[in-house]
Each structure stands twice: as structure tokens, then as C-alpha cells.
Design a protein around this ligand. Structure first.
Ligand code: SF4
Length: 330
């Protein structure tokens, strides 16, 4: 296996454990595909791979099939399809499901913060995998057997496909989710108390607002009324809302809302020139003349210059490593 798979950097002082991400093995360049080849994704292996520890999973090889092997496809009911080889029609559904059940149990110990699936695969594809009739007509789209089993077993774990990661907004959304999942897991590892969630929530407020003003309000209400709930229920409800919120894409409009909101914290600090500069950059961002990283960098500069404590702890201003350059394209 590639050495990079195990390379992980520490992100900030608090992230002491590596972020573990499941990945379809062929995306790392391993020759496990049905045709004996691989499907190397350089962003996944070389760029993101510097910041996470991958847990590779190839369901077809791990459930006992050889490489190379006959190609397979999904057949029948899109909600519960069979996994059949294309020419000889050998049915591997039972073998795959049995292996998947054992594998899911084993993965519970890994504490995965995300999974990157290989698109279009009848085993690993997450979205729009072709489902055929017995006669061989592609009629519906579904989900690969392994991807379905994984998402049903781990409904709160962020998931994405290699192809969709080429979209700058989807890429940022997914990577933000995995870094947040890691921070949330660190909160879960501490003794359960309202204060721990309040601390997490305070740092994530603007990030949540950039994804969903509705969830921002609902989570504020939940945190304010935390004493009315049993602690486990409070954690459960908070986690559900957090995951839901971060799955929603940020947009230019939502980011502008957050950027304008942040200006309020500098009312007394910024000089007239600095205020003007910030307004001009916000306008440039609105008109798509500069990417999000430009106003964010300026805000980080003012936060340092004026020592703004609330903004200084906001994950929104530093959600993931700058080296990933995710905000240079949105
Ligand atoms: S798509 Fe999935 S099953 Fe196919 S080679 Fe890649 S990891 Fe293995």
C-alpha cells in the first residue's frame, strides 16, 4: 500500500489523533479493479492524503473475488438490487452483503470521520449507479451495495464520491465536514456536559451560519434550552442538527451574510480606511471578482491586529488547512 496512506499531519494543536477517512482502494492507485488497473485520484491520494490517514476498502477484493475478474453490475429493484457478473450472470449479492456486515462491525473501531467512494461502481458508487433490467437495459439509478450498507450503518459520517470532489463547492463542503466531524468526536470523547457542547457551538457558530441560517437558529435554541433535556438527548439532537447543517452547501449569499455579520465586531476598531477596504473587498467577492479566501484573509489580519477574541476562535475563519486551497475557488 502507498506510504502516503499512513501519512497524517496534525491540524492545529488540538487535533492530536489523525483524521481517519475510509476510501475506495482503487482511488489510491492500487491495482484492484476488475480489469487489473486502478483509478488513482491525485487530489485524494497526494493532497488530502497529507492531512488524513486513509483506511482503504475494496469490497470486491475483500469479499473474496480475484483481480482481474469479470465486470459486474446492479440488476433488478433499484432499492434492493442484485450484484451480477455481466456475461455469466453469477450472483455475488449474498457474498458481498455477508462480507459487508462483518466489515461494518470492524470499521466501528476505526472511528471514521468520512468515506470517499469510487463513482459508478456497482459495489462502491454512491450516487446514480446504473441499475439494469434482467434483459440488460439500464433503467434506474441506485447505490452500490457496499456504499449503501456503509451509509445505512453510519448515517452521520460524511460521504462523497471522487468525481464530485472536482466541484469546488462540493469539495469544500465535504472537507469541512470531515474536519468538523473530527472536532465533534473530540468533544464526544470528553465527559458529557452542557459546557462542552456550548464551547463547541460557540466556536462553530459562524460556520454553521454559513451553511444554514435555519439550523443556526435551531441550534442556538437547543443550546439555550439544554438544561431541560437529559444530557444524552441533548447531545443526540445537537449532533443531528450539526450534521444536517454542514451537509447543506454554502453559497455566495450565505457567505456574504456571515462576512457582513462579522463586520459588526469591529465597529470600534477599524479606521475609516480599513472599513472602506473591507467593504470594497466584500463587494468584489459579491461580484465574483475575488474568491472567498480574499475577504477571509483580510478578516484574519484584522482579528490578529485588533485581538478580537470571539472571531479569533471561529472555525469559519480557519476550517481546514490553508494548503488545501479550498477557498481559492469558491
Ligand atoms: S470501485 Fe470499489 S470494488 Fe471497484 S476496485 Fe474500486 S474499491 Fe474495489
Amino acid at each position: 500500500m502507498n506510504g502516503l496512506m499512513h501519512a497524517s499531519k496534525r491540524i492545529g494543536k488540538k487535533m492530536e489523533e489523525p483524521i481517519k477517512i475510509g476510501v475506495s482502494t482503487c482511488l489510491l492507485g492500487e491495482n484492484v479493479r476488475y480489469d487489473g488497473g486502478h483509478q488513482l485520484d491525485r487530489f485524494v491520494r497526494d493532497t488530502l492524503g497529507q492531512f488524513v490517514e486513509y483506511v482503504p476498502v475494496c469490497p470486491e477484493v475483500e469479499c473474496g473475488l480475484t483481480t482481474p475478474r469479470e465486470a459486474m453490475r446492479l440488476v433488478g429493484d433499484a432499492e434492493d438490487p442484485k450484484l451480477l457478473t455481466i456475461k455469466t450472470k453469477v450472483d455475488y449479492t449474498g457474498q458481498m452483503k455477508k462480507w459487508a456486515a462483518d466489515k461494518l462491525k470492524a470499521l466501528e473501531k476505526e472511528d471514521l470521520c468520512g468515506f470517499i467512494f469510487k463513482k459508478n461502481s456497482p459495489s462502491s458508487g454512491l450516487y446514480r449507479v446504473k441499475v439494469y433490467t434482467e434483459a440488460g437495459q439500464p433503467v434506474k439509478s441506485g447505490t452500490g451495495l457496499w456504499a449503501r450498507a456503509f451509509t445505512e450503518h453510519f448515517p452521520l459520517v460524511p460521504v462523497e464520491e471522487d468525481g464530485r470532489l472536482n466541484d469546488p463547492v462540493l469539495r469544500e463542503t465535504f472537507i469541512e465536514q470531515i474536519f468538523d466531524m473530527k472536532r465533534w468526536r473530540e468533544t464526544l470523547a470528553k465527559p458529557k456536559k452542557i459546557g462542552a457542547v456550548v464551547d463547541f457551538h460557540t466556536r462553530h457558530k459562524l460556520l454553521i451560519l454559513s451553511h444554514s441560517p435555519n439550523h443556526y437558529r435551531a441550534m442556538g435554541k437547543l443550546v439555550a434550552g439544554a438544561k431541560q433535556l437529559p444530557i444524552a438527548e441533548f447531545y443526540r439532537q445537537y449532533e443531528t442538527l450539526l450534521v444536517e447543517a454542514l451537509r447543506l452547501k454554502t453559497t455566495k449569499k450565505k457567505n456574504v451574510n456571515v462576512l457582513q455579520h462579522m463586520m459588526g465586531y469591529f465597529k470600534k476598531d477599524l479606521s475609516a480606511d480599513e472599513k472602506q477596504e473591507l467593504l470594497e473587498i466584500l463587494d468584489d467577492y459579491k461580484r465574483e471578482l475575488v474568491p472567498l479566501i480574499v475577504p477571509i484573509t483580510l478578516y484574519n489580519h484584522y482579528v490578529r491586529k485588533y485581538g478580537q477574541p470571539y472571531l479569533d476562535q471561529q472555525v469559519y475563519l480557519k476550517p481546514h488547512p490553508t494548503e488545501l486551497k479550498l477557498r481559492n475557488h469558491v
